[in-house]
Design a protein around this ligand. Structure first.
Ligand code: 5GP
Length: 227
């Protein structure tokens, strides 16, 4: 009776430093076959432990600028002196196949995509407290004090942008955060805007069918009337 749009949903997941975005997204991908993660282009250098085509498609600065000039990117930003951007063609193909596509991008890129495609679902993931962020950054032990302060400043600035998002998910426990996002995605699938067509038989038709098939005959109400 209800025909829904075949096109997948575009989902943006952003979050503060050490909010556990990566872990939550990996878990979501493992549990939901229809979800896929868009792999961005970046001009930043590959870090130890990263693999080409897994975390990013790593390209040179020239190649990135060529993509901008050719209008190949849905959005891009210059973040911490490096370019990051989402490929236009790849996203369109995945959505057309009916896949739900996650973009793991920062706040400015999220806004650009939302302006172009207002139906995009914007989810912001947060650590339970800034104390917890501090604890996680220190536990990672990768940054010096100056870098930790910078990360903190960025996190505070990003928190100010939360009102631009549709949903906020506090990641105090991975499993719970994943379940919350799954609930969001399920509700979004049921949105009225996703309905393409509703075909309802007319009441006369239904009554007529009932009469022809004499479906009333055995109903207690009908029997009462006959008595
Ligand atoms: P990192 O260098 O730590 O991998 O990423 C830095 C930031 O860039 C993260 O906040 C990440 O979400 C964001 N980012 C990654 N890919 C994209 C992209 O394609 N577009 C935008 N706008 N941000 C991105």
């Amino acid at each position: 009776m209800i025909k829904q749009k075949k096109q997948g949903n575009l989902i943006i997941i952003s979050g503060t430093s050490c909010a556990g975005k990566g872990t939550v997204i990996n878990e979501l991908l493992k549990r939901n076959q229809n979800l896929t993660l868009s792999i961005s282009y970046t001009s930043r250098k590959m870090r130890a432990g990263e693999t080409e085509g897994v975390e990013y498609k790593f390209v040179s600065l020239n190649e990135f600028e060529r993509k901008i000039a050719n209008d190949e990117l849905l959005e891009y930003v210059n973040y911490s002196a490096n370019y990051y951007g989402t490929g236009k063609k790849e996203i369109k193909e995945l959505l057309d196949q009916g896949k739900d596509v996650i973009l793991e991008i920062e706040v400015r890129g999220a806004q650009k995509v939302k302006e172009m495609f207002p139906e995009t679902i914007l989810i912001f993931i947060m650590a339970p407290s800034m104390e917890e962020v501090k604890r996680r950054i220190k536990a990672r032990g990768k940054e010096n004090n100056e870098q930790i302060i910078k990360r903190f400043q960025t996190a505070y600035n990003e928190i100010n942008e939360i009102p631009k998002y549709n949903y906020v998910v506090v990641n105090d426990e991975i499993k719970k955060a994943v379940e919350k996002i799954e609930a969001i995605l399920l509700s979004e699938k049921c949105r009225v805007e996703r309905i393409e067509e509703i075909a309802v038989e007319s009441q006369e038709e239904i009554i007529h069918e009932f009469l022809i098939n004499k479906e009333f005959d055995n109903s207690p109400l009908y029997q009462d009337k006959l008595d």
